[in-house]
Design a binder for this molecule. Structure first.
Ligand SMILES: *Cc1c(COP(=O)(O)O)cnc(C)c1O
Ligand SMILES: [Zn+2]
Length: 398
């Protein structure tokens, strides 16, 4: 069933509904699988390994084999910081971000419902992912993007997979409001993360982390927070495995936002359950340039219930962490993803993270999503003649 997270009102799984009719709050999907964790071991390494936990008909799954992403021990960086560090590389998903997990479930649900048009507002990655999964399923796809604010790689993907791409004057929050109104009129099926089926796919990040650690929980999971769906989803996944008795402990959920777009962090600082929207959100990390996160209530519950925390990082800290991760560990991520690493560094320096903690940072999207930012962070290639004497001299000078 689908259930309101505030008043508990229940709805049928096949009702097209995005917010509670009784109180207007957001919804979640409730499932009660009865399965032993031993069944997962022999299955292919995608998020559908945990299909019993996915609330869709397994005979018609729309998939590009998302999930099963690398879980990389970062011992150089970890030992510098005095912690045991792992990075979950979500840029290795089919379209280069974790959004693919949510879209696989979301589009599968759309096909079950028999809709013919799907849509979303997006800072970029949601549209890139939706365009690809809609193409695979053969349904019409409409995406609304804030004009001039979408990174080049994401725009290329949305257009190339054949979505109808609409550049909207205004920011993400305004585009989301518009596309939600269209969805409520029945013009399209909305696949932003207010749709609770999206989060059902994304919760598999939580499943994979504890599976990768041999059915142990890390001490802490750190991730960037924009619309706040992902932190909510991962916490939901962790809790489902905890309730199934697959794990005995749960991690502290730690959300990082950019200084110019930090409504969740502001709420945590005042110990509030409600956010105050940030009017003109601004950050180089366009994927988290969001002033009014739709899933804020779920995210705040995740942070408080897990004894976690939230903090901000500056654009400068984000770009420096992005470059450092690329150069010390060989992992290329987009700016928003590096917010988790920048946040980690800050929280270790501030003594919030203890020495010896086992920490998992989620890096959410691939470096090639935003090639302009990557190129701007580097000096231009040297022009050299194809002459080995010249080449040798230049190589030795560095
Ligand atoms: C969507 C996205 C985020 C933010 O996730 P939310 O669920 O909106 O909090 C962070 N990083 C990247 C790369 C994203 O695409
Ligand atoms: Zn309600």
């Amino acid at each position: 069933m689908i259930k309101c997270i505030s008043c508990g009102q229940e709805y049928n799984l096949n009702e097209i509904i995005y917010t509670c009719k009784e109180c207007g709050s957001i919804l979640e999907v409730i499932i009660n699988p009865d399965v032993s964790r031993d069944v997962f071991a022999c299955r292919k390494n995608t998020m559908w390994k945990y299909k019993e936990f996915m609330p869709v008909d397994e005979s018609r799954i729309v998939s590009l084999e998302e999930g099963g992403t690398p879980f990389i021990g970062c011992h150089k960086l970890g030992s510098d910081l005095g912690i045991d560090l792992y990075v979950k590389v979500e840029g290795s998903n089919p379209t280069g971000s974790f959004k693919d997990r949510g879209m696989s479930v979301g589009i599968t649900k759309a096909m079950e419902l028999g809709v013919d048009t799907v849509g979303c507002a997006s800072t970029g990655n949601t549209s890139a992912s939706l365009a690809a999964y809609a193409a695979r399923a053969g349904v019409k796809c409409v995406v609304l993007l804030p004009s001039g604010k979408v990174a080049l790689g994401k725009l290329a993907q949305a257009m190339f997979h054949g979505a109808q791409v609409l550049s909207v004057e205004g920011n993400f929050d305004e585009a989301l409001e518009a596309v939600t109104a269209l969805a409520l009129e029945g013009e399209l099926y909305l696949l932003n993360s207010i749709n609770p089926f999206r989060l059902e796919g994304q919760k598999s990040i939580g499943f994979e982390i504890v599976d990768d650690l041999g059915w142990e929980s890390p001490d802490r999971i750190i991730l960037p927070v924009g619309n706040a769906g992902n932190i909510s989803a991962i916490w939901k996944g962790i809790n489902e495995f905890y309730q199934a008795d697959f794990i005995k402990e749960r991690p502290m959920m730690t959300g990082i936002q950019a200084e110019g777009a930090c409504p969740i962090v502001n709420a945590v600082r005042d110990n509030r359950m409600e956010i105050e929207a940030v009017k003109n959100p601004e950050t180089v990390a366009t994927a988290i340039r969001i002033g009014a996160p739709v899933s804020s209530l779920k995210a705040l519950r995740a942070i408080y219930e897990s004894d976690g925390c939230a903090d901000t990082v500056s654009d400068e800290e984000i770009l420096s962490a992005q470059k450092m991760l690329a150069r010390t560990e060989g992992i290329g991520v987009e700016p928003a993803s590096a917010a988790s690493i920048a946040g980690l560094i800050k929280l270790v320096e501030d003594g919030v993270i203890d020495k010896g903690e086992q920490v998992v940072c989620i890096v959410t999207g691939h470096v090639l999503k935003d090639p302009d930012t990557a190129i701007n962070a580097c000096s231009e290639p040297l022009n050299v003649k194809a002459d080995i004497n010249d080449l040798r001299k230049v190589i030795r000078s560095r």
